[in-house]
Write a protein that binds this ligand. Structure first.
Ligand code: DQA
Length: 145
């Protein structure tokens, strides 16, 4: 089971960026924790991709067609703006889980709007690095149903 984990803009700044909201862990540490956690699920192969550029994320999703079984995505700020990422997920029809480190619903009003949610099988928000693990748990079970 091949799963692509996508992180959007400024997620590469974790560890430095607003630690009171996003925690102290770097993206590398979060990804390594997820690799460890994925060993609980037989046959899971993770690939990681981070970009600050919307079009690169769109292309990565397009290139996953017939290559990946599932996608875990933290679209970061593009969550709240990107019709292009929404359309890419709809185009490839790969089961996708939307993830956020923070609880976007308890923050500013503009963060309560997600363009990506309507194309996602589920959303996990507010559990910092554990949001990714919960997403993997949900996606793995969904794909095995
Ligand atoms: C975020 C929440 C977004 O609103 C924000 O723009 C981010 C990170 C999160 O993981 O909590 O960059 O997606």
């Amino acid at each position: 089971m091949k799963i692509l984990v996508i992180n959007g803009p400024n997620i590469n700044m974790l560890g430095v960026r607003e630690p009171e909201i996003y925690g102290n862990l770097t993206l590398d540490t979060i990804q390594n924790e997820l690799i460890e956690y994925s060993k609980n699920f037989e046959g899971v192969e993770l690939e990681f991709f981070q970009s600050n550029i919307e079009g690169e994320i769109v292309s990565k999703i397009q290139n996953s067609l017939n290559e990946k079984d599932g996608i875990i995505i933290n679209p970061a700020a593009y969550t709240h703006t990107s019709v292009a990422i929404l359309d890419a997920i709809k185009a490839v029809k790969i089961p996708t889980v939307e993830v956020h480190l923070s609880n976007v619903n308890s923050r500013e009003d503009f963060r309560k709007i997600s363009f990506v949610s309507s194309a996602s099988i589920g959303v996990v928000a507010g559990f910092k690095q554990n949001s990714y693990k919960m997403a993997l748990f949900g996606l793995y079970n969904y794909l095995n149903e």
